[in-house]
Design a protein around this ligand. Structure first.
Ligand SMILES: Cc1cc2nc3c(=O)[nH]c(=O)nc-3n(C[C@H](O)[C@H](O)[C@H](O)COP(=O)(O)OP(=O)(O)OC[C@H]3O[C@@H](n4cnc5c(N)ncnc54)[C@H](O)[C@@H]3O)c2cc1C
Length: 468
């Protein structure tokens, strides 16, 4: 019986070794392992995994193709719904999505859908196939931001024949995939750069170092440069702080700055001049993926690294796999702990962090149990670096320079399910609309917006039949 086969373990770098390097933690499946794992799928009549996938990938069908030894077929099935399988196979929170709904998970271990997706994605990158010629339709669309939402939107539009240009503020392409998620989870050259190459091969032009709202505006792109529609996928890169005393001391970073220095500017590499300071003892405040990435990066840079989180382990928003890996690498977790003040020395440098213990009360509006301060529980943690990983919100620059573009009270662009905004011809998706979320949701939003942009431009440019 297929379901008697235990889940095929995935090979990983030894925790003690990997805690000192930036190479990828997980090696993924080889062909034999992937085939064996694929054979565990029960091919349910009503596959709950498909419903639980934010972009509804036909999971049992691609797994069936894999068991038949047909990687190309599996890749084609995934490509119907996902343009970034190697990336999503590595970073999607499968445990709460597809794998979390797998029927095998009720009594045992779910099918390793993420690792199988990664295997197929990596296979496709190694077998890119012949470039296909796409006839251009003469219509121009601009995309702001080169994260997963922008890349997905641009590649779908390019496949439909549009002339697409991405404008990216930074000097590198990929958004959070390059500046946020560390190399040890998502290799930049081997994976991200190759997915971006595939987008370029479709004819998408990319211009870096262009800040929408400064270098160009939505109006100038539409009125002066002839773009008929615009997709805004500018993400949510504005870090939040706690507003506590001491946040301006030397040695306090936002996780965004810390990770950008480490990842995008390769501060971890001795060949590069980018300065970075992880200290001897780094405290990372927060419990999401960003906090896990920051704390594991600090550890790799040589610091004793600690997570401080105000709820308990059950409420940690980070992916279970990342928490597990962090623990294996020797990260210390201080749960039910909340900072109240960052302590400085006479030179204005961090020397510690003052905290209180917390207990959990009734669920709050987020559905999670609310943290409550334990009276008289103040204590201090010695440290010389504090990294704030408390979430991010969209940068207001584009909204504040675009007439008629509605945002909500969290600063997110208001858009309908297809990405249409309050401004005609302007579409938006990904973190810029939802606030900080996930790669697959951003990718899905970019693809939906591409379809909506196609409908919008066709409706505008197709001559209406006269009713005579
Ligand atoms: C450290 C970290 C770890 C994460 N880990 C995971 C994970 O494990 N799994 C997961 O699913 N999700 C994870 N996420 C979340 C995920 O990466 C995001 O939800 C996703 O990247 C959002 O995609 P996006 O296209 O909306 O925006 P982004 O990826 O943020 O890309 C936006 C792009 O727009 C550019 N831009 C911004 N403003 C302008 C402007 N004015 N003009 C031109 N360009 C502009 C930015 O430079 C950026 O390149 C993580 C996020 C972070 C920060």
């Amino acid at each position: 019986m297929a379901n008697r086969i235990p889940r095929v373990p995935v090979r990983e770098q030894d925790p003690a070794v990997r805690a000192t390097n930036f190479e990828e933690v997980c090696y993924g499946y080889n062909r034999e392992e992937a085939m064996l794992e694929a054979s565990r799928c029960l091919h349910c009549k009503n596959p709950r995994c498909v419903t639980a996938c934010p972009v509804n990938i036909r999971i049992p069908d691609f797994i069936k193709a894999l068991t038949d030894g047909d990687e190309a077929g599996a890749a084609a099935i995934i490509a119907e719904d996902s343009s970034l399988p190697s990336i999503c196979g590595r970073v999607c929170p499968q445990e709460t999505q597809c794998e979390g709904s797998c029927i095998l998970g009720i009594k045992g271990e779910p099918v390793a859908i993420g690792k199988l997706e990664r295997y197929v994605g990596d296979w496709s990158m190694a077998h890119p196939g012949k470039p296909v010629h796409i006839e251009r339709n003469g219509h121009k669309v601009a995309v702001i931001g080169s994260g997963p939402s922008g890349l997905a939107c641009a590649s779908d539009l390019a496949k439909m024949g549009y002339e697409v240009k991405i404008f990216e503020a930074l000097h590198e392409v990929g958004g959070v995939l390059v500046y946020g998620i560390p190399e040890f989870r998502l290799p930049k050259e081997a994976v991200v750069a190759r997915e971006i190459e595939a987008v370029k091969r479709l004819g998408v032009e990319i211009e870096t170092d262009v800040i929408a709202g400064r270098t160009v505006t939505i109006d100038s792109l539409m009125d002066e440069e002839g773009y008929e529609a615009i997709f805004i996928g500018s993400g949510a890169g504005l870090p939040r702080f706690m507003g506590i005393e001491g946040e301006n001391l030397n040695g306090v970073f936002s996780a965004n700055e810390f990770l950008t220095r480490a990842n995008l500017m390769k501060a971890y590499d001795k060949e590069y001049d980018t300065p970075i300071y992880a200290g001897h003892r780094a405290v990372v405040v927060g419990g999401g993926n960003v906090a896990m990435d920051a704390v594991r990066t600090a550890k790799r840079l040589g610091a004793e690294a600690i997570i401080v989180y105000r709820r308990s382990e059950a409420e940690l928003p980070a992916r279970a796999e990342e928490v597990h890996h962090a623990k294996e690498e020797g990260i210390e977790f201080r749960m039910l702990t909340n900072p109240t003040r960052i302590l400085g020395d006479e030179q204005g440098r961090v020397r510690g962090i003052s905290c209180v213990e917390m207990t959990l009360g009734e669920p709050d509006e987020s559905g999670r149990r609310a943290p409550i301060v334990k009276p008289g529980s103040d204590f201090e943690i010695d440290c010389d670096v504090v990294i704030m990983a408390l979430g991010t919100s969209p940068n207001p620059l584009i909204a504040s320079t675009t007439e008629g573009l509605e945002t909500n009270r969290r600063g997110c662009i208001v858009a309908d399910a297809d990405g249409a905004t309050s401004r005609e011809g302007v579409f938006a998706g990904g973190d810029a609309v939802t606030g900080a979320a996930t790669v697959i949701l951003a990718m899905g939003a970019g693809r939906k917006a591409a379809a909506a942009i196609d409908r919008y431009i066709k409706a505008k440019t197709t001559p209406k039949k006269l009713d005579i």
